[in-house]
Design a protein around this ligand. Structure first.
Ligand code: HEC
Ligand code: HEC
Length: 430
């Protein structure tokens, strides 16, 4: 439904690659590899940049890993955003269990915090000025913001959600949180950094605490290591295997997988390594997930942009069912996929894309009349919002899926090159 923004992003990426190739030809250093263009982009490795590390960030780090800041006393930010799992979930649960007794289930899968935090644009959904522009789809697509529904613009705002959400860290109020902070081992340090009397002003203390978490999330290099095989490939330090390259081709092909139109894999204008997301919103029609307790109520629907967690976009029914496109970096290390955690293997997530329309009976249950209840995680009237115009989501029941099982293996192999911690030395031919 939103081809304009994506198409232009895609062309911008291609234009960059073309310019780079031309510049390289001019300088006489063009090599002849088939996939030469990306490897030629001179990339200033962000990981090499001198790290800034503020006192606030150091405190934020202590808070991020501190389970005493929860009602249970056992859950920290890192319980769900595990640093050993690319700051994603440490298990395959569709949604994690939190609350005072660690038995309350959330309603969404935990996203990875790697890479996106300092590059997520502020939420925008600028309305086009004229009605004709609005009708012609040049109306800006919604983009950016934190959360699957983009409802937080700043990390310091976002952090207040898990700290007080009854299904997560479940603190009663800021006063309860500040009381815990005052008896934390880093309380003295907090006073040194923010002022000896900081806790006497609860509003100010709370603001500084959220700011500290934000600084940690923005400044700590562990959130953006750029140590995947794909990063080294972009830097020309390693080649992809024939299978990985084949997977990349399938991923890129606009008439095939078309994945790169939303999960951008071209370096940015300044040579920045790609994050495999365009931060746009889309309704993919992911099947309802019975693993979520909230879904026991047939009237409950998580509709992303139009609620229930997000409140400000509910009036525009076109927003219902749309969720933010996520980064596919480290996706091969996950055991839970999509906003509702419906899939538990990467290959199933890929199969869903290419077989959603060709084999709907495989993904959706039958309704009372024996008809396949396609897009069953949205109320019937809102199912028109589901994307059926972008490849590969355009096919009809009974047609051949755009990818074979072998293709799926190849794309999965390509996506596995996005996992951090590739050992460049061990794999280098001598
Ligand atoms: C119980 C599990 C859990 C805990 C604990 C938790 N989170 Fe999350 N986190 C999630 C889930 C689920 C989402 C997606 C939420 C949504 O879309 O509404 C999320 C989303 C986020 C995002 C947005 C990421 C993006 O790309 O949009 C950030 C940032 C974040 N969490 C930081 C934190 C911080 C900081 C803490 C500790 C104060 C924390 N989380 C504690 C489960 C958790
Ligand atoms: C039209 C834009 C669009 C296209 C095309 C697209 N995606 Fe996505 N992708 C999204 C959005 C939006 C989400 C999150 C949707 C949700 O959870 O409801 C997503 C989620 C995913 C996830 C789950 C990641 C996670 O951490 O949960 C995977 C894996 C994925 N996409 C792979 C692909 C592959 C492979 C292709 C090509 C076959 C593809 N995508 C094509 C927009 C797109």
């Amino acid at each position: 439904m939103r081809p304009t923004a994506r198409a232009s992003a895609r062309w911008a990426g291609l234009a960059t690659a073309v310019v780079t190739v031309l510049a390289t030809v001019a300088s006489g250093s063009l090599s002849t590899g088939a996939e030469a263009a990306p490897t030629l982009v001179p990339t200033p490795a962000p990981a090499d940049a001198k790290p800034v590390y503020s006192d606030a960030a150091a405190l934020g780090k202590l808070m991020f890993f501190d389970p005493s800041l929860s009602a249970s006393g056992k859950m920290s930010c890192a319980s769900c955003h595990s640093p050993e799992h690319a700051y994603g979930p440490p298990n395959g649960l569709a949604a994690q269990l939190g609350g005072a007794d660690l038995r309350e289930q959330g309603t969404r899968a935990v996203p990875s915090l790697r890479y996106v935090l300092n590059r997520t644009p502020i939420w925008t959904h600028a309305q086009a000025a004229s009605l004709s522009e609005r009708l012609s789809e040049t109306d800006n697509a919604p983009v950016g913001g934190f959360g699957w529904d983009g409802r937080f613009n700043y990390l310091h705002e976002q952090a207040t959600f898990p700290l007080f959400d009854p299904n997560e860290m479940a603190n009663k109020d800021p006063a309860a949180l500040l009381a815990k902070m005052q008896s934390a081992p880093y309380a003295a340090r907090f006073k040194e950094v923010f002022g000896q009397n900081i806790f006497a002003d609860p509003t100010k203390a709370f603001t500084q605490a959220m700011y500290a978490i934000e600084r940690f999330e923005l400044e700590d290099p562990s959130f953006h290591p750029y140590t995947s095989k794909f990063d080294y490939y972009l830097d020309g330090k390693v080649q992809l295997t024939a299978q990985e390259l084949r997977g990349k081709k399938l991923f890129d092909d606009p008439a095939g997988g078309n994945c790169a139109s939303c999960h951008i894999d071209q370096p940015g204008v300044n040579g920045a390594h790609p994050l495999f997301t365009d931060f746009n919103f889309q309704a993919l029609g992911v099947p309802r997930n019975a693993e979520l307790k909230a879904n026991a109520d047939p009237k409950y629907f998580d509709m992303g942009l139009c609620g229930p967690l997000r409140k400000d976009q509910a009036d525009d029914k076109k927003n219902c069912g749309l969720f933010k496109s996520v980064s596919l970096r480290n996706t091969a290390t996950r055991h839970v996929f999509f906003h509702n955690g419906r899939f538990h293997t990467l290959k199933d997530a890929l199969r869903f894309y290419v077989q959603r329309d060709t084999n709907p009976q495989k993904w959706y249950p039958k309704d009372a009349h024996g008809k396949v209840d396609k897009f069953n995680d949205l109320p019937v009237a809102l199912r028109v919002n589901v994307d059926t115009t972008d490849e590969p989501l355009t096919r009809k029941a009974g047609e051949r899926p755009i990818w074979s099982e072998r293709d799926i293996d190849d794309v999965a192999a390509f996506l596995a090159t996005l996992s951090d911690g590739y050992d460049l030395k061990a794999k280098q031919p001598q």
